[in-house]
Design a protein around this ligand. Structure first.
Ligand code: ADP
Ligand code: ARG
Length: 344
């Protein structure tokens, strides 16, 4: 393997930190699942506009290729190799009371976590047989959920185009053909082994074998973050009784993309900010202060429609789950205050 020709167009953290020295040190290494440096960086090499540009194949990738991953992780999360991750799944510790403004400006609230099964490689390095086995383990566990979490698993293979399109349009299902996932090896054997589970009201959903083996999602219309968070925690705890998730003391929950490590949590709202979004500098000053990220309404790499934005926590590692949601709540309150000032 040759050192990639990182031209000026490359913006990713991978391109920034894969110096010639680091490359020489890592280029011949291979994890026990045969994942190599070439596999790790392929998505970032193929997609010049990647922000991160690296995916792990397994938990071991993060230690074997630490000279690259540690730098990316520190840059994205502000978390150093000597820091320890802490988890807090106690929803009573969240301080997110619902008020009139939240319900007025927030269209919907969604919180998801990524999870992967211990003793399996990540989706980037998994074989078809292993992926099918993951689908079986997870869908069987889900099919025995009770009460509010009770639902049905719908495999992607065999789903009608109308059904999948309407689930995507309504923000419930992942899109096909993402070029970052494609070049990371995450779309191999598509659509086999992939699917979505949801309860009747579509407030509890699980994606199987997308970027991570599980994406556990709680969502509903309006701005009640406490209710959405509490439902998610109940679901995570139920699933933990039936399977073991890949976790390590230092990095928390293991995910294929280093941005999701730790809590693997993205807590987001779709929020109407038509005035504030006219002044992007002001908008970004507030989101930066509260460690928030701005996305469009159709998810990552999409645009805003009608002044509605997806606002979510950026930090996921070195902060607890409660803190992730608290970042979002506090920042959203500040965004609403700024929008109200502009209305006057
Ligand atoms: P992820 O949440 O896994 O990082 P995306 O940014 O691609 O991935 O979003 C996945 C889907 O979830 C998209 O259809 C997006 O519109 C939807 N979504 C995200 N946040 C919300 C929200 N607060 N309300 C409704 N839909 C949401
Ligand atoms: N690989 C893409 C990039 O580097 C996405 C990174 C973060 N998003 C994600 N879905 N993991 O820009």
């Amino acid at each position: 393997m040759q050192y990639p020709d990182f031209t000026k167009e490359y913006k990713s953290l991978m391109a920034k930190y894969l110096t010639r020295e680091v490359f020489e040190e890592l280029k011949d290494l291979k994890t026990s699942n045969n994942f190599t440096l070439k596999d790790i960086i392929n998505s970032g090499v193929q997609n010049l506009d990647s922000g991160i540009g690296a995916y792990a194949g397994d938990k071991e990738s993060y230690t074997l290729f630490a000279p690259l991953f540690d730098k990316i992780i520190e840059d994205y999360h502000g978390f150093t190799k000597d820091d320890i991750h802490k988890s807090n799944l106690n929803s009573d510790d969240l301080n997110a009371p619902l008020n009139y403004d939240l319900d007025k400006y927030i269209v919907s609230t969604r919180i998801r976590v990524g999870r992967n099964l211990d003793n399996f490689p990540l989706g980037t390095a998994i074989s078809k047989e292993q992926r099918d086995e993951v689908e079986k383990i997870v869908s069987n566990a889900l099919n025995s959920m009770d009460n509010d979490l009770k639902g049905i698993y719908y495999p992607l293979d065999g789903m009608s185009k109308e059904n999948s399109e309407s689930l995507i349009k309504d923000h419930f299902l992942f899109k096909a053909g993402d070029r970052f996932l494609q070049t990371a090896g995450l779309n191999r054997d598509w659509p086999s082994g992939r699917g979505i589970y949801h309860n009747k009201n579509k407030t509890f959903l699980v994606w199987i074998n997308e970027e991570d083996e599980l994406r556990i999602i709680s969502m509903q219309s309006g701005g009640d973050m406490q209710e959405v968070f509490t439902r998610l925690i109940t679901a995570i705890k139920e699933l933990e009784k039936k399977m073991t998730f890949s976790y390590c003391e230092h990095l928390g929950y293991i995910t294929s993309c280093p941005t999701n490590l730790g809590t693997a949590m993205r807590a987001s709202v779709h929020i109407k900010l038509p005035k504030l979004s006219q002044d992007m500098d002001r908008f970004k000053t507030i989101t930066d202060k509260y460690y928030l990220q701005i996305r469009g309404v159709d998810g990552e790499h999409s645009k805003s429609v009608g002044g509605v934005y997806d606002i979510s926590n950026k930090r996921r590692l070195g902060v607890t789950e409660v803190q992730c949601v608290q970042d979002m709540y506090d920042g959203v309150m500040a965004l609403i205050e700024a929008e109200k000032l502009l209305e006057k």
